[in-house]
Write a protein that binds this ligand. Structure first.
Ligand code: GDP
Ligand code: MG
Length: 198
């Protein structure tokens, strides 16, 4: 893969403490791990480059601290993300119940259009401790109008699939926007040409 970057996507992880956000970030990014701390927001972001539809995509994954004091800073940043992952732990019912609060937090602080919005159940490897069924997760995601996936940081179940799928959506949206803009420009140029004859 060449070094040229075609697209940059910012991804935000939110969910209750212990739901597996930092682990998801770390396990996905693996040896390409580059952590940067942003002091105002307390957020760490990690970077990973992947290739989607022959485009070089840089993914920045932001992992904010769960503490209340950082929420205003997070709220002021939230419009910048192209994708938001609401994360719960399938072995912890209360983390699942918290999802509606996180959804309200996101929905009251940003426009949900042009957002690739995911509900993510983590720790899918801990099958015997499961407290939230796959169907419950899927049902909530349908209700909230989000994509749904269960993943595991431990055995990497669905981890690459999640980000490939997400970037696939984001890249095709970008390409559609770019081609719409080009078409508009061509139309305008054509109009100018036509009117200049009179
Ligand atoms: N078995 C298993 N443990 C996990 C998984 N994801 C996170 N954990 C563990 O759950 C705990 C909390 O994870 P962490 O990423 O710190 O949660 P955060 O507070 O949301 O950032 C840690 O001990 C992780 O090792 C997973 O997919 N499988
Ligand atoms: Mg964490």
């Amino acid at each position: 893969m060449s070094l040229k970057r075609d697209f940059l996507f910012m991804v935000l992880l939110v969910g209750s403490e212990g739901s597996g956000k930092s682990y998801l970030q770390k396990r996905f990014v693996r040896n390409f791990f580059s952590l940067e701390l942003h002091p105002t927001t307390g957020m760490h972001h990690a970077i990973k480059n992947i290739e989607v539809y022959e485009k070089n995509v840089q993914i920045q994954i932001w992992d904010p601290p769960g503490r209340e004091e950082f929420k205003p800073a997070l709220a002021s940043y939230i419009q910048r993300f192209q994708s938001i992952l609401l994360v719960y732990d399938i072995t912890d019912k209360s983390s699942f119940e918290e999802i509606s609060n996180w959804y309200s937090f996101v929905a009251s602080n940003r426009n949900l259009e042009n957002l690739s919005f995911f509900l993510i159940g983590t720790k899918s490897d801990l099958k015997s401790s499961r407290k939230v069924s796959f169907d419950e997760g899927q049902e909530l995601a349908n209700k909230l109008g989000m994509y749904f996936m269960e993943i595991s940081g431990n055995n990497r179940h669905n981890l690459d699939t999640l980000f490939k799928f997400m970037c696939g959506i984001l890249v095709s949206q970008k390409i559609e926007n770019i081609s719409a803009k080009i078409q508009m420009k061509l139309l305008k140029r054509q109009k100018r040409k036509n009117t200049s004859w009179f």
